[in-house]
Design a binder for this molecule. Structure first.
Ligand code: EPZ
Length: 455
């Protein structure tokens, strides 16, 4: 069995899905209302932040996704009591933090990338940290050099062994002066989670400023941290002696919201995404509108729909916030196969994030991936050496196929492709989708999709 299939099965088990296949009869517009809850890329990090406190924290709107299960497993291995205190509400009590056994940590190896963020909090609480080999989507090399360099700057000593990554801090952790080579989301979070309890002040330059990072800063401020966000991606963190627990409602999942929006457009449907908010989606909304999609902003969510008429081609470059997120391009590309003309998507964040297009091409899409990117006269984002470009020419009709999901966002785009296709598709490895999309099978049913899922 391939490691991808194993990952998919483990992820499915964590959220109680028993079958790894869904059979979809395409051609039916998705219509109705679904709710999005807390963001995968915030809730999981907020859970790690609870480890820094002396008292319990309460996190609200936690989605039932498998990455939350992995982080729960990591926290429990280190003695944090994680209990459910209502629908989507977790109580995280760190009073009995203790060293984990290698077997407990190893059982979580390869499941997610979040465990890397335990380094700073564990060094503060226990003086050492053992981190399993990381998992996450196979969308590029995904090195952790920025994380390790930052931790060394704080005074951590790092050993890599067969067990994973072992860190110690013989002289404690001190505030540091750090400039990231790229505004990495994870490395910025690493610095925030390490600097809050370090002795002295940390200056972080070229920081990521995604809304999920701002929400993490809000949580740390509730806990007693002193963090100042300056213009031009500079963040100052003044170390404090102790932090206490927080109570916080997680920021909504804007990646999930954008995914359902693209599903509405591609299937010529009409989806109200409850819980979605405009500010965090502004860049997405502009491209959605340029492509011919329509939306209405409401107090409790956003209605995304196909207003009739032909869809239009767009040129998009993925970028760090406030640019167009790399996690939004995959579902959008399915809608772009229906647009009249040639669209170009430049992927500038990861070096291998168009693998999912192979299945779309098999289903009849006209997509050419340029592995070394494309020169373009009107670039908004400076070209990075790792980038790729996809040229999508439409409109094309997709037909049903047997598809194996390769990664989270690519996987969701495969579901959408199958929903728009003529005929039947069998999509396997759907467990991977449960890493980031809560109750997606139930939501498909709510939206009137025609599918068979036995599990
Ligand atoms: C986060 O990944 C998200 N994951 C990703 O979402 C998201 O695509 C990405 O940020 C960009 O927004 C989580 O939050 C768990 P990065 P992260 O560090 O933090 C390079 C999803 O589908 N880099 O900002 O791992 C890296 O290779 C996932 O929800 C280094 O070179 O992303 C990439 O090219 C997928 N060295 C770029 O920086 C490092 O040490 C951006 O990565 C770290 C990163």
């Amino acid at each position: 069995m391939s490691s991808l299939v194993k990952d998919a099965q483990r992820a499915a088990q964590r959220v109680g899905l028993t079958s790894d296949k869904i059979v979809i009869n395409g051609g039916k517009p998705l219509r109705g209302r679904i709710e999005v809850r807390g963001a995968k890329n915030l809730a999981t990090k907020a859970m790690v932040a609870a480890l820094l406190a002396e008292t319990p924290s309460i996190l609200k709107d936690v989605p039932n996704i498998s990455d939350v299960g992995v982080v729960t497993g990591m926290l429990e291995a280190y003695g944090v009591e994680v209990s459910s205190v209502g629908t989507g509400q977790l109580r995280l009590d760190p009073k009995n933090v203790l060293k984990a056994h290698f077997a407990q940590i190893d059982a979580l190896a390869g499941s997610s990338r979040i465990p890397i963020l335990f380094c700073g909090p564990l060094l503060h609480r226990l003086g050492e940290a053992l981190i399993p080999d990381l998992g996450g989507c196979r969308i590029g090399d995904r090195p952790i050099d920025f994380h390790m360099d930052a931790l060394r700057a704080f005074g951590a000593v790092i050993d890599k062994s067969y067990e994973g990554i072992r860190l110690t801090a013989p002289n404690g952790l001190r505030g540091a002066d750090i400039e990231l080579p790229y505004p990495s989301v994870g490395a910025t979070e690493q610095v925030l989670l390490t600097a809050t309890l370090a002795h002295g002040t940390t200056e972080l330059r070229n920081a990521a400023i995604e809304p999920e990072i701002m929400d993490l800063i809000a949580i740390l401020q509730k806990m007693g941290a002193i963090i100042t966000v300056e213009p031009n991606r500079v963040i100052f963190i003044e170390g404090v002696d102790t932090l206490h627990g927080y109570e916080h409602r997680a920021l909504f999942d804007r990646n999930e919201a954008a995914s359902w929006a693209s599903a509405a457009l591609a299937t010529e449907g009409d989806i109200f995404v409850g819980g979605a908010k405009q500010i965090e989606l502004m860049t997405f909304l502009n491209i959605f509108r340029k492509a011919g999609g329509a939306f209405d902003i409401h107090e409790d969510g956003i209605r995304f729909y196909h207003p009739g008429g032909p869809l239009k081609p767009v040129v998009v470059e993925t970028d760090v916030h406030p640019g167009f997120m790399t996690d939004w391009q995959q579902p959008l590309i399915v809608a772009l196969t229906k647009a009249h003309g040639r669209s170009v998507v430049h992927e500038t964040v990861y070096e291998n994030r168009f693998g999912f297009t192979d299945a779309l091409i098999e289903m009849g899409a006209d997509i050419v991936v340029h592995k070394d990117g494309l020169e373009s006269v009107s670039r908004r984002v400076p070209r990075r050496p790792l980038e790729q470009a996809a040229v999508i020419t439409g409109p094309t009709k997709l037909h049903g196929a047997d598809i194996e999901i390769p990664d989270l966002r690519g996987g969701f785009s495969h579901l959408i492709a199958a929903l728009t296709a003529e005929g039947q598709s069998t999509v396997s490895n759907v467990g991977i989708i449960s890493r980031g999309y809560e109750h997606f099978i139930d939501k498909l049913a709510l939206l009137g999709a025609d599918f068979i899922y036995e599990g």
